[in-house]
Design a protein around this ligand. Structure first.
Ligand code: SDX
Length: 455
């Protein structure tokens, strides 16, 4: 990893977000000297990339029968579980780069398919590479006809994320070669199939839920344009996506493509570490994303704005947030302690979309919530800023997406990030099956008692 351009103090500042690897000097100055006061023994622990290896603590023992020290870090708030070259976040400065390219530049100049290629392959494609990539994705969007019957088996009001978890896992039963995860050709084939078929799964689930006939892929359209076609085409012989809405959704897909070690990526890596096929690992990642604290937040933001109902009620709602009764959905982030750079870009896209769809009346409530929160010490002291989910739902709603589909609109683009992180884990010589330790706080050994002797 080339030496970071960061200075020492910037690196120290970034301990809360991505740790950028540097070419560390020999131990000496880059080590911890610790003394175990239980034994008086001292230990020298090397510092690498701003971290110490947890396994090094196992040498710190009180005697030969002692297991040695472990780290205790609920929710991994201060634990790096891998080295990655895919995405860098600087939480303090609100920076997000995919393979070194700033998200602002990709949102302005790139497309989702080109960004997915970048995230998966490590660099932007040449024209020929991009044409081949787009051709492959375009020609793998169809689903096996049996998948239609699986989707139609769900109740009419089934949540689209529940359908997506089930159907993406079911895809593993159609491609037995998907288990050959160390065969690069088979692996790439599944990567193409998953990226190509996620929009089709999502669109089929939506059409089935509203009782509309399924619309098959149209290879003349772009990745995002075809998605809109499969969702919204009615009686017209040829669906023509509104170019402003098509571009807005494509940029939203770029913004959601990866985000280093978030909860759903952790699920992808952890499940992937036992070596199932990638469809099963993606199903686990979709399940993690479903949660309202993660990808389900964009749906919860819309429900929150509807609950607030009017700009007049914003101050009352903020009071309830500060009393801990409710959370300000779409605010806060484990890593960003500054404005989420994606939220800034999404706010700009909103203006373009509303010129086509008409202004979303809930926007005024969102803007007032943000205005008050950004000047209130409760939020300032906790470094709570709008995150990627705060404004995205307003755009989706204005584009006539049902609120239940919002997390699905997060899952589709994140598939590229999950797959890139999964492949990086598989090829990382340091990685093996994930199996953390615990601190046991349960009852000591005790003997079985017959039922009649139990109180
Ligand atoms: C995503 O990890 C990623 O990268 C995720 C993501 C991605 O691209 O993959 O960026 C996508 O998931 C964005 C986050 C979407 N979720 C939400 O908007 C839900 C609302 N936000 C939160 O629940 C919360 O901010 C989290 C889950 C996002 C982060 O939680 P943390 O880091 O565990 O922070 P915390 O819960 O420990 O909160 C710290 C303090 C607490 O107050 P105290 O207990 O110290 O008094 O801040 C408060 C929290 O109560 N707090 C909030 C709040 N978020 C945190 N208070 C009110 N409203 C909120 N939204």
């Amino acid at each position: 990893m080339p030496r970071s351009a960061e200075t020492e103090n910037t690196k120290a500042k970034n301990t809360a977000s991505s740790q950028v690897a540097t070419n560390d000097r020999p131990h000496g100055r880059h080590s911890l000297s610790v003394t175990d006061n239980r034994t008086g023994k001292s230990y020298e622990i090397p510092i690498e990339n701003g971290t110490v290896r947890a396994i090094a603590l196992r040498d710190i023992k009180t005697g030969p029968d002692d297991f040695g020290l472990m780290t205790y870090d609920p929710a991994f708030t201060n634990t790096a579980h891998c080295k990655s070259q895919i995405t860098m976040i600087d939480g303090d400065r609100g920076i997000l780069n995919y393979r070194g390219y700033p998200i602002e530049q990709l949102a302005e100049h790139s497309t989702y398919l080109e960004t997915a290629y970048l995230i998966l392959n490590g660099d932007l494609p040449t024209r020929q590479q991009h044409e081949e990539w787009a051709f492959e994705i375009t020609h793998h969007t169809f689903l096996h006809e049996n998948m239609k019957r699986l989707i139609e088996a769900f109740r009419y009001d089934a949540h689209p994320m529940g359908i997506l978890v089930s159907t993406v896992g079911a895809l593993s039963t159609f491609y037995s070669e998907a288990k050959s995860i160390f065969d690069p050709v088979a692996r790439r084939q599944q990567v193409v199939r998953l990226i190509a078929k996620m929009p089709t799964l999502a669109a089929f689930a939506y059409r089935a839920s509203v009782g509309l006939p399924l619309v098959y892929p149209d290879n003349d359209l772009s990745y995002t344009g075809n998605f809109l076609n499969m969702l919204f085409r009615m009686a017209e012989p040829k669906y023509r996506p509104n170019p402003v809405l098509e571009r807005a959704l494509d940029v939203l897909f770029i913004l959601h493509a990866d985000h280093e070690q978030n909860c759903s990526t952790l699920a992808m890596r952890a499940v992937g570490s036992s070596h199932p096929d990638p469809y099963s690992a993606v199903a686990a990642a979709v399940a993690a994303l479903y949660g309202p604290l993660h990808g389900g937040a964009n749906e919860m933001v819309l429900r929150m704005l509807k609950e607030v109902g009017s700009v007049r009620n914003v101050s009352e709602y903020i009071k309830r947030v500060k009393q801990g009764q409710v959370r300000l959905m779409g605010f806060g982030h484990r890593v960003y302690k500054n404005y989420d750079p994606r939220a800034r870009i999404i706010k700009q896209i909103a203006d373009q979309v509303f010129e086509v769809t008409g202004r979303n009346p809930l926007l005024d409530i969102a803007l007032e919530l943000e205005r008050i929160a950004l000047q209130d010490d409760y939020f300032i002291s906790r470094k709570l800023y709008p995150n990627v989910d705060f404004y995205s739902g307003l755009i989706y709603q204005s584009m006539k997406f049902p609120v239940e589909t919002f997390p699905v609109l997060f899952a589709i683009p994140r598939t590229a990030g999950w797959l890139a992180q999964w492949e990086e884990m598989l090829l990382d010589q340091e990685q093996k099956i994930a199996r953390p330790r615990q601190i046991y706080t349960g009852p000591p050994r005790r003997d079985y008692r017959p039922m009649d002797e139990r109180m």
